[in-house]
Design a protein around this ligand. Structure first.
Ligand SMILES: *Cc1c(COP(=O)(O)O)cnc(C)c1O
Length: 496
């Protein structure tokens, strides 16, 4: 336990005023040498644009600024501080070798408008990463343009729509299991499809009989996450693909959980027609505040003509070029070529690990999730006993008897020095605690986590109030989350 008895510190309990109002007249963090060139006539230069009122800039010394921002940085949690067990998000370590690669001068300073002739290295990075991801997914072609997973879903559904339109048979419906991530139905609705819910069976996987009865010629595709959001592998995936294909539908895979599959099985081999990857999940590029994300979409051959343009092609002389002449393309989905800096990082990760390393990563991710499952079984209710892949979903059923819910347990976990797990998702588990350690965590870190979670379970029995009022060691405790979302205050404003 990192904070067995939470204690307030000077950085936590000072009042707002002392922390943010540091300005006093006349202080400055800079000092310029005397002017040794003629003074510019700013009036003539700027005219009416000259700014006279500096808007109450704080007047502070250098050390005050340094301490202020350093202190603020310690109020955030980060993967560089400890385990980040957000299920479904795959919050793995972002290796420093990725950053070194992304900062190589020619890469970091590449400009999207520079001519192809002097962009061959950048084009090679796009092409090489594309080839690796095609190999990993077992599909035939790919676009790296989408900026995140949900954007990949949007791109994928545009491709599905274009495919059915080209066949002369536009379709109206998308089937989505009740365990799906909320972005799936939202994306389908955005593209103009009606969403039909598909219920899960007692194992937590697709109910084959339900799929058979709901599948018809009006269904464009099934959007399926595999392993699904319970961390359970869809063992009937071949039959699922056959049922769809028999009636002309496509199988879209939400690849957010690829951390359980890379190097072991390939979606293209089990019937998937197209899928997105989340480079910021599976391929170790920064996730969250640091972003940006990247959500490549890999497809089967028949969907290739519809991919966003431009695509990278090899010219007869062996050099690489962007091909914009793609008459069937759904068009651009993103400015330029996507989040290029993330391609560099993902490529560094893939190359640093190699095929054996990637396979080992997958095995370790699954092993870690099962280690945590074993450690917490008994302390928390496990609604589905189906084997766990890379993440495990418990429920708060045992704790609700004392009036404590998943949110309260998550808040208390903050006091123990961990980022909360994913709460209340997937929806098919009431009061879900969704935990994904990833391969990054050591046995020692996971033991600390299990110990913290068991300690909270004991607190719920003995002193539920402590858990209900958590967190106790953060600068602010429970926030009005609706107000924070609806009326965000995103920057400091001077008191005038
Ligand atoms: C993360 C996630 C998404 C959305 O991906 P973003 O990159 O956050 O847009 C979709 N589905 C599942 C299952 C996810 O875990």
């Amino acid at each position: 336990m990192r904070h067995p008895t939470p204690k307030a510190t000077r950085h936590v309990n000072q009042n707002e005023g002392l922390i943010f109002e540091k300005s006093s007249p006349g202080k400055a963090a800079w000092k310029l040498p005397p002017l040794d060139v003629p003074e510019i006539d700013t009036k003539a230069l700027l005219g009416s644009c000259e700014r006279k009122d500096l808007g109450h800039m704080p007047e502070v010394s250098e050390i005050e600024i340094i301490r202020h921002f350093t202190r603020l940085s310690t109020w955030n949690y980060a993967i560089d501080l400890g385990m980040y067990p957000l299920g479904s998000c795959t919050m793995k370590y972002n290796p420093r070798v990725n950053e070194a690669a992304a900062r190589v001068e020619g890469i970091a300073n590449a400009h999207p408008y520079q001519p192809e002739r002097i962009s061959q290295g950048a084009l090679r990075i796009i092409k090489t990463l594309s080839e690796f991801l095609i190999e990993i997914t077992g599909l035939d072609a790919i676009t790296l343009q989408p900026a995140a997973g949900a954007h990949g879903e949007l791109t994928g559904l545009l491709l599905i729509r274009a495919h059915h339109q080209a066949e002369g048979k536009p379709r109206k419906k998308i089937l989505i299991p009740d365990s799906a991530h909320g972005t799936n139905p939202a994306t389908a609705a955005m593209v103009g499809y009606a969403v039909e819910n598909l219920k899960s069976d007692s194992r937590g996987t697709v109910d084959i009989a339900a799929l058979e009865s709901q599948m018809n010629e009006n269904v464009a595709a099934l959007m399926l996450t595999n392993p699904n959001t319970l961390g359970v592998f869809e063992q009937e995936i071949h039959s699922i693909a056959d049922i769809l294909h028999a009636k002309g539908g496509l199988l879209y895979m939400d690849g957010a959980n690829m951390n359980a599959l890379v190097g072991k099985v390939r979606p293209g081999d089990f019937g998937v027609d197209l899928m997105h990857l989340n480079l910021h999940k599976t391929f170790s590029t920064p996730h969250g505040g640091g972003g940006p994300g990247s959500g490549p979409v890999a497809v089967r051959k028949m969907l290739e003509p519809f991919l966003p343009k431009p695509v990278v092609v090899t010219k007869p002389d062996g050099t690489l070029a962007f091909d914009y002449d793609r008459p069937k393309s759904v068009g651009r989905v993103r400015a330029f070529y996507g989040n290029f800096g993330m391609f560099v990082r993902a490529l560094a990760y893939i190359q640093a690990n190699g095929p054996d390393g990637l396979r080992q990563t997958t095995e370790d991710a699954v092993l870690n999730a099962n280690y945590i499952r074993k450690g917490l079984e008994g302390s928390y209710d496990l609604p589905y006993s189906t084997p766990t892949m890379h993440e495990v979903v418990f429920s708060d059923k045992l704790q609700t008897k004392k009036g404590v819910r998943t949110t309260d347990i998550a808040k208390r976990l903050i006091d123990y020095g961990f980022h909360p797990y994913t709460m209340a998702f997937p929806l098919i588990v009431p009061g879900a605690l969704m935990i994904e350690p990833t391969e990054s965590e050591s046995k020692e870190e996971m033991d600390l986590f299990v110990e913290a979670m068991k300690s909270i379970a004991a607190e719920v029995e003995e002193d539920p109030q402590t858990v209900l009022e958590a967190p106790h060691c953060t600068r602010v405790s429970r926030l009005d989350e609706t107000a924070a979302a609806r009326n965000p205050v995103l920057r400091w404003k001077p008191k005038v």
